[in-house]
Write a protein that binds this ligand. Structure first.
Ligand code: A2P
Length: 337
């Protein structure tokens, strides 16, 4: 529980990563009341300098007592680090906002998209979780439709950029692309196959049911954030050779009828959603255009006439911003007393 102060000591765990760096700039952009920023990463980055508020700050190695005096700890260093260090941060008196999948389905941990279920924050006991970036993108569009006509079933296919895996994957896509265009051999380290000029229907490990963890996470996280166990969701998650943003092709079946025009009007009213939909002028959300944006972009809204009340939409989210860093900072803002 945060005590009222004029400014807070904020730690970023994974400060040198793709999401961690974005957290630093979003805290600055949104003028979050920071008295001291503690930048934490592995010993590989110890001493690296990151600019915040006009000053260069030194990255420190994450250790057990890194959280002494910290009020808010934003974690984005992977599940293993979250499982080990988040409880230590809470014991030291910090509120943790975790971007990993470590605690998302833990009953004691609220899973929050502030525009959708900020009320769940009232019940936190020290840790709050960010949903996965594709789930955030999906739910920002699904929530207002669900409220209007009740969503029964959803079929999602994602087109996820390599930044969702982290900075090593960004380097791998760049390195493979340069190597291939120069007729050189490529290195394949991060993914099981070449990612340059290729699409991989494989994100995170496979489960016994044939789905990947990422796919089951989207189904489970959707029901938790929407607080509705009746929503059926099936999905295929695909890694594409794009640096930033995730796109999602979404087929939605609803209980009551909703025309494409009505859906556009409902989506346009949702805070944080931008309807970008004029196919006659080739206007629809693109990975490149949404990069760096706070809003979820929705386009290609059209009726699916093959089912009773069906709708197809295309969503693009900046996975590093609203899909991770921005959502975490928005949660922190909501937690301020
Ligand atoms: P480092 O840069 O020192 O490896 P990304 O998701 O973009 O790959 O970033 C992962 C972030 O998590 C980086 O800041 C990385 O730090 C950090 N990290 C990874 N492993 C550890 C660890 N064992 N202890 C602390 N930070 C870690």
């Amino acid at each position: 529980m945060l005590k009222k102060k004029s400014k807070y000591i904020v730690a970023i765990v994974g400060a040198t990563g793709a999401v961690g760096r974005e957290m630093v700039s979003i805290l600055e952009e949104r003028k979050f009341p920071v008295s001291e920023l503690v930048l934490l990463a592995s010993d590989r980055s110890e001493g690296e300098r990151i600019e915040f508020d006009g000053k260069n700050r030194s990255v420190k190695k994450l250790v057990n007592d890194s959280f002494h005096g910290v009020d808010i700890a934003l974690f984005s260093a992977g599940s293993e680090q979250s499982l080990k260090y988040a409880p230590l941060a809470v014991a030291a008196g910090a509120v943790v906002i975790d971007n990993s999948s470590a605690f998302r389905m833990d009953d004691k941990v609220p899973l929050v998209v502030p525009e959708i279920n900020a009320h769940a924050l009232d019940k936190h006991t020290g840790i709050v979780a960010n949903p996965s970036s594709s789930t955030i993108g999906l739910l920002m569009a699904l929530k207002p439709i669900h409220e209007a006509v009740k969503v029964k079933r959803v079929v999602v296919t994602t087109f996820q950029s390599v930044s969702g895996t982290g900075k090593d994957a960004i380097d791998e896509l760049a390195g493979q692309t340069v190597a291939l265009l120069n007729f050189k051999d490529i290195e394949v380290k991060v993914y099981p196959h070449q990612i340059a000029f290729n699409c991989l229907p494989h994100i995170d490990g496979f489960l016994e049911n044939g789905y990947t963890k990422e796919e089951m996470n989207m189904a489970n996280e959707t029901r938790k954030v929407m607080e509705d166990d009746t929503i059926r969701l099936t999905c295929t998650t695909v890694r594409v050779p794009v640096f930033r943003c995730h796109a999602e092709s979404v087929n939605i079946e609803t209980e009551k009828e909703l025309s494409a025009n009505e859906a556009r009007a409902i989506l346009a009213k949702m805070p944080g959603v931008l309807v970008y939909d004029d196919p006659s002028r080739s206007i629809y959300p693109l990975h490149l255009d949404v990069s760096g944006k706070d809003e979820i972009y929705v386009g290609r809204v059209r009726a699916d006439d093959t089912v009773k009340n069906g709708l197809n939409i295309w969503i693009v989210i900046d996975n590093i911003r609203k899909g991770a860093a921005l959502n975490a900072v928005q949660i922190a803002e909501r937690l301020l007393p």
